[in-house]
Design a protein around this ligand. Structure first.
Ligand code: 7TS
Length: 428
């Protein structure tokens, strides 16, 4: 299994300038400066191959899927199902029938909460989350807990932003039905030891849902080796289009789950009072799906495979190490997150500057970062802050981008007339 940067063999470096040429959007100036896009954790940019695949599909092959006997419909259906096979290969699923197309990670988690939840979680049962979770891996479980009378518990982080695994083990009880954790924290970049979490949860009799919104774009995946029960991803964070995501689930679990939405495509026979349903994954794909989105996601997967996930991991590890080193010298810079086992996410405070002011200043230099709570309000509370500024890097970022960020951060101190922190008392 390779789900952790430390396991990845070092290999030849990424040719970032060649990669950048595949992303036309990056070739522009913003506010008079070269665009430095450091907001890929919110959404990545799209390579030409993805944009072209969508245009080609609409220009040559569009029709509705799974219902026509004419050539275009069969062509569209073949492209749609080919994308499912690509996703299955990319994540190491046992079978394409385990890959359900949804709108996003948000929809994937809501699907599990709404379908698997009420059947398997009852009054007094427990769902174990962590304070690292994005709101989309919290609120659906709150809705379920309120509906069935279950309890939510949270695993805390240590001073570096890693999950406290001892506490996780202590919090697991015979009432725990599900552990829902993120693979990679969007707020801190922490890479969670998912296999260990899965083993502990399974030993306690609980299932595990892994929010892979920040895992799938950055780490090689193998569902068999990871051992989780559900995994989710969003196409738009991994070079694919918006509006397409994936719920992966073990086939036997998906088969047992009731449908999430009713409508066309998901049925076998509809009587006046009741219906029978198709098997998974079609049971969960009611109505006309985002056909173009799946094709774009398939093209994004081809693109990432061509780049090579091992090289991507190596590159990101170099970029974050460089960023951590460079920012150390900036007066008043305070970074959050672990020193290792960390994705290329840099959350920080700079002196007393408000993250929104800082983000606007950086934008005036053509640098796109995110400022705010990053849909991580429980995490922000744990860190004792309201918000952070966050730079997140991807395969098209290089050390020049880190340098541009650091230079602009230093300049912001002058711009906002931040007084240097008092120097430490000299040893007597
Ligand atoms: N889970 C994690 C870990 C995320 O980072 C995000 C989005 C989601 C779930 C939700 O994904 P969606 O595609 O359904 O919206 N994260 C961010 C972010 O960090 N900044 O903007 C969106």
């Amino acid at each position: 299994m390779v789900t952790h940067p430390a396991d990845v063999q070092l290999s030849s470096a990424l040719d970032v300038s060649a990669i950048r040429k595949e992303f036309p959007i990056l070739d522009q100036r913003v506010n008079g400066h070269r665009l430095v896009y450091l907001d890929s954790a919110a959404s990545s940019q799209k390579p030409r191959a993805v944009v072209d695949s969508i245009r080609r599909y609409y220009e040559t092959s569009h029709a509705n899927v799974h219902r026509g006997l004419h050539t275009l419909s069969m062509r569209a259906t073949e492209a749609y199902e080919a994308a499912r096979r690509k996703v299955a290969d990319f994540i190491g699923a046992a079978d394409p029938c385990e890959v359900v197309f949804v709108r996003s990670t948000t929809e994937a988690i809501n699907l599990v909460a709404a379908s698997w939840g009420p059947v398997n979680v009852g009054e007094g049962d427990e769902i174990l989350l962590s304070v690292l979770e994005h709101h989309s891996n919290i609120v659906p479980w709150q809705l379920l807990a309120q509906r069935v009378g279950a309890k939510l518990k949270y695993v805390e982080i240590d001073g570096e932003g890693r999950l406290q695994l001892d506490q996780l083990r202590e919090l697991l009880t015979e009432r725990t039905k599900l552990v829902a954790v993120t693979h990679v924290s969007n707020g801190l970049g922490t890479i969670n030891p998912v296999r260990e979490i899965v083993d502990a949860a399974h030993q306690a009799g609980a299932l595990v849902l892994v929010d892979g919104a920040q895992g799938a774009p950055h780490l090689p995946l193998d569902m068999q080796a990871l051992g989780a029960d559900f995994y989710t991803l969003s196409g738009h964070k991994m070079c694919g289009p918006t509006g397409i995501g994936v719920l992966w689930g073990k086939a036997e679990l998906l088969e047992e789950m009731p449908p999430y939405e009713g409508g066309g495509e998901m049925i076998e026979v509809v009587e006046r009072d009741r219906s029978t349903y198709k098997s998974t994954p079609h049971k969960f794909e009611a109505g006309t799906p985002n056909i173009a989105g799946t094709i774009g996601l398939g093209a994004a997967i081809d693109f990432l495979n061509d780049v090579g996930l091992d090289r991507l991991v190596h590159h990101e590890r170099e970029i974050i190490a460089y960023a951590l080193e460079r920012t150390r010298d900036i007066p008043g810079f305070h970074g959050f997150g672990p020193a290792s086992d960390r994705a290329a996410v840099l959350s920080f405070e700079l002196s007393e500057l408000h993250p929104h002011d800082l983000a606007q200043f950086l934008d005036s230099r053509g640098i796109a970062v995110r400022a705010g709570h990053h849909c991580n309000q429980p995490l922000m509370r744990s860190l004792g802050v309201n918000a952070t500024t966050r730079a997140s890097f991807y395969l098209y970022n290089d050390k020049d981008d880190v340098d541009a960020l650091c230079e602009a951060l230093s300049d912001s101190l002058d711009f906002f007339e931040v007084k240097p922190p008092p120097s430490p008392p000299s040893p007597s």
